[in-house]
Design a protein around this ligand. Structure first.
Ligand SMILES: [Zn+2]
Length: 446
């Protein structure tokens, strides 16, 4: 059954795409109501979705309902989900799930009827649960672009209330082998949110749930489903990564099929900053590891531009290194070009300007250009769209009695402004800045 405003409507299915021929056109700013009944079989867990996975979680319900395709100034986004990136429409989700009363559910949104449900969402003494074999869980998730949930009869459910108005929910299997790690994870998660709030802008929802989904880690609005059995370090790292996606995916909802580096790379960059702070590493450049990884493909014959459609990379390796590490290096180098004093406030400006929207690379570029008063087109064009490398070398050092001449040579085809630190024989240092014509500006060095 599929109806538009109560009337039957023509539809067709092509692979996983359902196309509807509207009875009446839907004009900008207008609304229309659709009703659809659908049945689906929950598969044995495939990539991060399904039932009865290897960690024993009964249901990991992601990519589980007919999802609207985004239509905007860029046209339709009809790419099917094939296990990599995804994209959605900004919406208010009002979801009711009826399930056997033994199950605990965690997911996106705020539970509306905790007094009927219990299951750790409210003090056990306040629960007025109907004496029924099933419970209907009512969730509302405002201003999000997807809704994910997981259910299991053996879930433990802890809530950590933070000092900054956010409730963190931890939902994991009742298993003595993992309980200790899941309890220790909770303070790390709180600290991570507090760091990202400060550095990249405030998380606006009042709830976030870390749920043992049983397979890797995947981001969804207001929640993540992660594998629950690893080491504490691994658990912290994946939770930090997935929760940072609340900013770069959850709120800055870029079309990640087209620009996977804008969600994975930006998240990875922020993850380095958070882990550096959580574990008191105090590295000069927390994102240096990304550069090291990126260099592994920079000279590879399979190397492709970072902006390649996520589903069409030659290999998972080239997709992964491009999206996560070249993407993180993109931001790390950008902070070098414009200077940290400009970069971090501009990241917050980007967040507050573009959250709840679908920003593109050019939207991000304009925020940075205005903040830095620089032309950054050359940087975005070459780094995002091409495979040119940045490679400078000292080609000659000529010493005379009074002077030392150092010749710097550009070997790679991509230009950069160069900051050079010279240490003299007496141990003192001098900094030189070699500007770049294309930049039409200079970093203000302190
Ligand atoms: Zn990610």
């Amino acid at each position: 059954m599929l109806k538009q405003n109560g009337a039957d409507v023509k539809w067709s299915i092509d692979q996983t795409l359902l196309t509807v021929e509207l009875n009446t056109p839907l004009l900008p700013g207008k609304s229309s109501t659709f009703n659809i009944n659908f049945e689906s079989q929950v598969p044995i867990q495939i990539r991060r979705s399904g039932r009865n996975n290897s960690e024993g979680v009964a249901y990991s319900m992601t990519q589980w309902y007919p999802k609207m395709a985004e239509y905007d100034k860029d046209g339709w986004m009809t790419d099917p989900y094939i296990g990599r990136e995804f994209h959605g429409v900004w919406s208010d989700f009002d979801v009711k799930i009826t399930i056997d009363s033994s199950f605990t559910i965690g997911g996106s949104g705020y539970l509306q009827n905790p007094e009927e449900i219990g299951h750790g969402y409210i003090d056990a003494s306040k629960v007025k649960r109907p004496n029924s074999k099933e419970l209907t869980w009512h969730f509302i998730a405002p201003q999000v672009h997807d809704f994910a949930w997981a259910a299991d009869p053996d879930y433990v459910h802890d809530i950590r209330t933070t000092s900054f108005g956010l409730d963190l929910h931890f939902i994991y299997k009742n298993d003595s082998n993992i309980a200790n790690n899941w309890q220790k994870l909770q303070s790390y998660t709180e600290k991570s949110f507090s760091i990202v709030n400060e550095v990249f802008g405030e998380y606006p929802y009042k709830q976030y749930s870390v749920i043992q989904g049983g397979d890797g880690g995947m981001e969804y609005p207001m929640a993540t489903l992660i594998s629950g059995t690893g080491s504490l370090g691994g658990l912290v790292s994946v939770t930090v990564h997935e929760s940072i996606h609340s900013w770069f995916y959850g709120l800055l909802a870029t079309n990640e099929n087209k620009y996977p580096w804008m969600d994975e790379g930006f998240t990875q960059f922020a993850q380095y900053i958070v882990l550096d702070s959580l574990f008191h590493r105090r590295l000069t450049n927390p994102a240096a590891a990304a550069l090291k990884n990126y260099r592994r493909i920079a000279v590879d014959k399979d190397y492709e531009p970072m902006t390649t459609h996520a589903d069409y990379f030659h290999s998972n390796r080239v997709y992964g290194i491009n999206s996560y590490y070249k993407g993180a290096t993109f931001l790390s180098q950008l902070s070098y070009i414009v200077g940290d004093a400009v970069f971090f406030p501009a990241m917050r400006k980007y967040y507050y300007t573009w959250r709840y929207k679908h920003p593109t690379p050019d939207d991000f570029k304009r925020i940075m250009e205005k903040a830095a008063d620089m032309d950054l087109d050359w940087y975005f064009t070459h780094w995002i769209g091409g495979t040119k490398t940045i490679d400078y070398a000292i080609s000659e050092v000529n010493e005379s009695k009074k002077n030392t001449e150092v010749i710097i040579e550009r070997i790679g085809q991509m230009p950069m402004p160069v900051e050079l630190l010279v240490t003299l024989t007496d141990g003192s240092q001098q900094q030189f800045y070699i500007p770049l014509f294309n930049l039409r500006g200079e970093e203000k060095l302190c």
